[in-house]
Design a protein around this ligand. Sequence first.
Ligand SMILES: CC(C)(COP(=O)(O)OP(=O)(O)OC[C@H]1O[C@@H](n2cnc3c(N)ncnc32)[C@H](O)[C@@H]1OP(=O)(O)O)[C@@H](O)C(=O)NCCC(=O)NCCS
Length: 259
Amino acid sequence: MENQHIIVRVATPDDIHYSNTITDEMESSAKARGTGIAKRSPAYVELKMQEGKAVIAVTDKGDWVGFCYIEAWGHEKFVANSGLIVNPAFRGHGVAKSIKKKIFELSREKYPESKIFGLTTGLAVMKINSELGYEPVTYSELTDDEEFWKGCRSCVNFDILTSKQRKNCLCTAMLYDPLEKLKEAEEKAMAEKAAVEATTATPQLSVNASGHMHHERRRRRFKGNIRLYERWLRFKRFVLLNSKKEGGATGSKKKFFLF
Ligand SMILES: CC(C)(COP(=O)(O)OP(=O)(O)OC[C@H]1O[C@@H](n2cnc3c(N)ncnc32)[C@H](O)[C@@H]1OP(=O)(O)O)[C@@H](O)C(=O)NCCC(=O)NCCS
């Protein structure tokens, strides 16, 4: 790793010789973590490279460093940045962060109106997503595209997902909603404008026509609160895996009503 320059860029058809290395690493990393993963074939990874819907990280010497790709679902209403993987020899140096930033920019460029979402059990990914503006959401806020959910079939936790009627599983769902972000930016600009005006005007309490203060619905704010994510993951594992052990996932009468 020393003295090697890492390049993070959009993948091209010239990168297809990396596809087997990438899918092998995806599989062995999933096994090592003992977590679930939607299986990808080298041909699928190659297709993403050919379509210009993937980001790759390589060294200036041509060693493979990392990878991630874009998938569109529900008639492009949703986009997922999936398959994030970093070569173990290069982990802990900010590679995933750079790849996720690049693939996020690429997704915004290619699908400016789509909601961008991810499902993950990884704390690092939750942290990166949160910094990019994703918010944790319930599964019902994700795409209902059957093809997307079929990808979960090869995951070791698929029985948990089905036993929960696709409303929950070990993965945490995170979403970037461009419309919501636009609204937030407008609200922020209005608040700033109001603050400037307030410094030059007589202070007034703002109430609506019925005499009540208006209360805006706010999204859950988890940004940067990594401890909270950590506790959330532990809690989910405890509840969902215990439920599976005790037969909950396979349909026994014992049920949890937490979700
Ligand atoms: C998860 C993975 C992509 C992280 O790659 P990476 O290049 O080491 O990550 P980065 O160095 O960019 O780290 C990004 C942030 O996450 C944090 N982080 C990294 N690994 C972490 C971990 N295991 N637990 C908690 N935080 C972690 C880093 O400290 C960093 O935060 P900081 O910016 O505040 O320092 C890599 O470990 C991997 O490929 N794992 C196997 C596949 C996988 O889990 N993919 C995700 C599927 S959703």
